[in-house]
Design a binder for this molecule. Sequence first.
Ligand code: PEP
Ligand code: MG
Length: 882
Amino acid sequence: MDQKYVYFFNEGNATMSELLGRKGANLAEMVNLNLPVPAGFTITTEACRRFYEEGKQIHPVISSQIEDALATLEQITGKAIGHPTRPLLVSVRSGSSISMPGMMDTILNLGMNDKTAVSLADNTGNPSFAYDSYRRFIQMFSDIVLNVDGSLFEAELTKMKERAGVVRDSDLSADQLFELVHIYKMIVAEETEEPFPEDPIEQLMLAIGAVFDSWYNQRAMIYRRIHKIPDHLGTAVTIQEMVFGNCGDTSGTGIAFSRHPSTGSPHLFGEFLLNAQGEDIVAGIRTPETLDLLKETIPRAYQKLTAVAQCLEKHYRDIQDIEFTVENNRLFLLQTRSAKRTAEAAIKVVVDMANENLISREEALMRVDPAFLCPLMQYTIDPQAELEVIGSGMGASSGAATGIITFDAEEAERLHRTGLSVILVRPETTPEDIHGMVASDGILTVRGGVTSHAAVVARDLGKPAIVGCGTFIVDLEERRLYTDTLTLNEGDVITICGSTGRVINGEAPLVPPTFSEEFRTLLMWANEVKILPVLGSVNTPKEARLARKLGAEGVGLCRTEQMFKDPHRRPVMTKMMLSRNQIERRKILNKLIPMQRKAFLGIFREMEGRPVTIRLIDPPLHEFLPNAETLTLEIERASVAGNTTEMEEKQALLERVKILHESNPAFGHRGCRLGITYPEIYECQTQAIAEAALELKKEGIFVYPRIIVPLLSDSHEMQAVRENVQNSLEQVFTLYEDRIDIPIGAFLELPRACLTADKMAAHADFFVFGTNDLTQSTYGFSRDDAEGKYLAYYLDHKILADNPFVVLDQEGVGELIKVGVTKGRLKNPDLKIGVCGDHTSEKHSVEFLQNAGLDFISCLPHKIPIARISAAQAAIKSLKRG
Ligand code: PEP
Ligand code: MG
């Protein structure tokens, strides 16, 4: 028997989304729940894969199953496709197992031709509606299936409205729409050199093929790459009897959310357009009204919708995004799916649902994607700031962004590559704009509502967005945005607030985030279950305070060199690096000690009672040296100006810079190599740490400093540095006539250090893995070069599945960590081992680190909440596995 490629809605259910796509599976589930769904069937994702295997042909077995299903649909509906008096019209819609909103194609009103248009007009007594549906069908079908440029039709529609003196499409008369159909068909004939296909079966097969084909359109491919959706899944196609929202003022179309997708507020929320078809909302062409309009105009349908939304939310135990149509007062459901939501809403919804006992606390924690929370760490506009508000629209995706405005996706992408922050401004966005939206810091559209393409995609990408900002007119040709009183040209800077919908002229001051009560609750639940302590990687007292506020259980890494990156301290550090001998170096180091002691005092105070791990100086020399090219220019300038003293000074400096120049600084004279060859540097740092600790001890403040030695490759390096550090500590203890326990640990960030961890453990009181450098040295990738040059290609071509600097490479780097842990604990079973590096909040990496037996993770302050949720998820998973 042939494989089954077509399923009627009543043959499926919600668990079959891999085969039927999410849309097909959920339509089936709604039919099983006896909800009002127009009849239809789904062609499987396997049929899509077969379509590609057959060289983009629908195999005869599949087309015959489609024809059989169509015959059944005709029986159920009492209508027939292309029938002169009882015409069946259908929608043809895509739907993969993972929702990809608006990325693939949809065709409505299929089955329209000259004859069925007449009978639709006669049957409904509404010729305007019949010809409106027909002209929409020709436009959609020609655009998607016949590749005729959609703007040719839009231009004719606009002309017709101008001639008729009307604003809305729905105000065109039957005669005008009839004429438009004629014009549209002429466009098709001219563009394709074939008449528009009148045979509905031919239309159907062509449309199904085109929807399959849209799986590989550019926007769908980009969307899949961003969201890591595998290419092999394919799309299903649903064929469903049309219901019409455009047949008068007791009809309409809308989208309803069982809770608010931006705020998470637990009330029905949505948008509605009277006398319109679904695509009008999704495309953002007409700005819809709220559901209040439905409540006022068709109250029974509103009540039914409220009940249905509650039923679906209870059934799926998640917020639903429901597409509906009201045809002559009757409500029909066309789709339900889990709603895309902002991070803020995601948190509120899971916490509320757990409090409503709809889901458990563990489920609430598991449902939040930690990476998705980044927008909540976003800065917002300072409420105290005086702002020049120049426009307002609907806040569609929260957060604030400042950037230069640009008017197309390509330019946004280009500017982003040059390192600029960009706000993409469009009349409305279309799926073709996806790459520009990815590259932009924020999105502003003049048209569309909060369920338009721009809004949905922005929320999905976690980017601030304002939609329906009617204050402005966009002039794409002149590349400007203007009101009666103000013009902004491409390149001008604006700030947008995606929460309030305000557009501000210039750069607005931003303030750090504050967390909602629900977020604090969720983080508290995370702490109740997580196993791994989360520490902060901080370099200043200010950062330490922020880290504590965000839940840091200590400092896992203080990069001491970072204290010298501010403009006042940097010259001292540069001088130290340029010193010619120990005497010179000691002189400058004596200036550095008080600076460091002050910083350590501040950090210790903020972290009272908690461990503070301080790394001795690590960076390559060149990070603090003057640039040789700049120096050469300055020497030339001084020479031209006849300033001999300056010229000689700079020349001497240049000589020194040349001597210190390294061919490969990342593997150069840095880390413990610097501390071994210039022991006075680590001596002074140790002195500053011990003095700060003992000062606070005198005040009765408990501090737990730990010293860590960077970039070790051999245990003898550790041994040498340890001896030196211990001597320095003893000197301070003698001077203070007091002592404090300061463990000395090894920073493992080179493969050799991991492989010889047993020997390293003989001289180290604890270990910390530095996964940034360990990734660089394991792959032999320099991060800056890799991310700037070839890594994107590797990811696009699936040579690597993930960026190893973001997601820990478990096979390679992870193995080295495991070896390091095993060997280290072989020598010292109580050895405490932590991890620093940019992987320590990413959920897969955190899970791996927990299971590899690490004792703590440390990350940048703003990543701490994300790391806490990741750690909670890792703990829940291991609990489940028992
Ligand atoms: C590391 O290498 O992982 C690390 C934390 O050190 P840095 O990022 O300072 O090189
Ligand atoms: Mg490092």
